[in-house]
Design a protein around this ligand. Structure first.
Ligand code: IMP
Ligand code: MG
Length: 183
């Protein structure tokens, strides 16, 4: 199936809107951490395009690192059972850590991740998420920098996948139940 065959025409946010919002957030982070350095922690794989957009707009001493948390369960709902499969290489002690996330849904994954990172005693941990699905929140976690609010839809594109597909779409779309049945 071509990457666009069933998600064409259902664009929630196009590339320009996403990049413009990333620029605003990057500038805000630059102001908030003026005079300090930051570690941008990209959560693999979904946050890669958003991370690239945001960090280009942060005018501070910045180190980029990666973390990968995998949550078990079906493709469309996270189970809250999380495993860290790629650990950050940087020393996070006394650092301003900005986790760059694709989407906060139930918040279970991020909640676990923040707890694990706190064990490294960073100076602070902030969360920068491209999308926020507030309606679905279970864990007590919130984004400090939020790109866009989204309704309870299964979104794909701009890094976000369904079963590893659609990450390469240059916009954010969504799948409906009937799309998923056809896959
Ligand atoms: P949470 O633990 O429920 O907050 O889910 C976190 C992860 O689930 C995200 O980082 C995404 O990888 C994935 N996820 C949640 N909602 C969606 C969605 O609508 N589309 C694609 N992936 C999603
Ligand atoms: Mg995913």
């Amino acid at each position: 199936m071509s990457k666009d065959s069933n998600v064409m025409g259902k664009i929630l946010f196009d590339e320009k809107a996403i990049r413009d919002r990333a620029a605003e957030i990057g500038k805000q982070i630059t102001e908030d951490f003026a005079g300090e350095d930051v570690v941008a922690l990209c959560t693999l794989k979904g946050s890669l395009p958003w991370t690239a957009d945001v960090i280009k707009n942060i005018d501070l001493d910045l180190v980029l690192d990666f973390i990968k948390a995998s949550s078990y369960g079906s493709s469309t709902v996270s189970s809250g059972v999380v495993k860290i499969s790629i650990e950050p290489k940087e020393n996070l002690y006394n650092k301003n850590v900005i986790i760059i996330e694709d989407i906060i849904d139930t918040g279970n994954t991020l909640n676990y991740l923040v707890k694990k990172l706190e064990e490294r005693h960073p100076k602070c941990i902030k969360i920068c998420t491209m999308l926020n699905k507030e309606e679905r929140r279970v864990a007590d976690i919130h984004g400090d920098y939020v790109g866009f609010e989204v309704d309870d839809l299964f979104v794909v594109g701009y890094g976000l996948d369904y079963d590893e597909k659609y990450r390469n779409l240059p916009y954010i779309s969504y799948l409906e139940a009937e799309d998923i049945e056809k896959l």
